[in-house]
Design a protein around this ligand. Structure first.
Ligand SMILES: C[S@@+](CC[C@H](N)C(=O)[O-])C[C@H]1O[C@@H](n2cnc3c(N)ncnc32)[C@H](O)[C@@H]1O
Length: 250
């Protein structure tokens, strides 16, 4: 049996089977995108800048270009109390997610965008790679932003090179963005599932926003990074609250 406020070093396809039906309030997933550049011909690869190549090679090296098993979606629908899910994706996956959630399951949707202010300057026959999509699907789900900033659908920030270096994960997502979607689509003490927890961003956001989390990470190195980050966040939180309490008595 799995425990809440824990993450597990295992394939989410196995782990999710241990989660009871209709037990999760919100799902946030950031699966590996399916990217085709590993199959590009050398001629095409030569056109890429060396910086782009370096990023691509880094992602290929840690198996972050191979996509995931879409059968997971059926399991996610099973474990959610109501459909209430955020999914990071690239443009080639948009059609598939809309078919699954909107056409077949008749969900409402919203398209959120992380707009990166400093993308690599590669625009040979194409636009800049300056955004990532975070799709939101709900069916009787909960979306209730409490202020103007939280209600914005476009999140502007630079590519988080600092976080990538600090936590050693090449596709880490911005913590402030994850905290915002958690505030908007869940309540305190709700249970939030992330099947691809990476460096632990969703778990850390849950700790700050007083939600419960459960997560899976298949890569032992990233799992260890997430465990360390979660531990440090909890310690920092305890210190902050004990400081707040001591202020009350001054
Ligand atoms: C895009 S990253 C997530 C990054 C995360 N959002 C963060 O902010 O750190 C996807 C993660 O899923 C993991 N992963 C890939 N396939 C998996 C699977 N079947 N089960 C569990 N984790 C998986 C990868 O190792 C990777 O760390």
């Amino acid at each position: 049996m799995l425990k809440i406020n824990s993450i597990y070093n295992e394939d989410c396809m196995n782990g999710i089977k241990k989660i009871p039906t209709a037990s999760v309030d919100l799902v946030i997933i950031d699966p590996p995108y399916q990217l085709n550049f590993s199959k590009r011909k050398n001629k095409d690869r030569d056109k890429l800048t060396s910086a782009t190549c370096k990023i691509h090679e880094e992602l290929i090296g840690v198996h972050l270009t191979e996509g995931y098993n879409y059968n997971l979606l059926d399991e996610l629908v099973r474990v959610m109390k109501k459909i209430n899910i955020y999914i990071w994706c690239n443009k080639s996956q948009l059609q598939m997610y809309f078919d699954y959630f909107v056409k077949n399951l008749e969900c409402n949707f919203e398209i959120l965008v992380w707009n990166k202010t400093n993308p690599l300057p590669t625009y040979h026959n194409t636009y800049l790679s300056d955004k990532e999509y975070c799709l939101y699907f709900k069916k009787k789900g909960y979306c209730n932003p409490q202020n103007y900033e939280d209600a914005r659908t476009v999140f502007l920030s630079s590519t988080n090179i600092k976080d990538k270096r600090k936590y050693g994960h090449p596709t880490i997502k911005p913590l402030d963005f994850i905290r915002k979607i958690i505030r908007n689509s869940s309540k305190e003490n709700d249970v939030i599932l992330d099947c691809f927890i990476g460096s632990g961003t969703t778990a850390v956001a849950c700790i700050y926003e007083k939600r419960n989390y459960i997560g899976f990470e298949i890569n032992k190195n990233y799992y260890d990074i997430a465990i360390k980050r979660i531990k440090e966040t909890k310690e920092e939180n305890i210190k902050k609250h004990s400081k707040e309490r001591s202020h009350e008595f001054e």
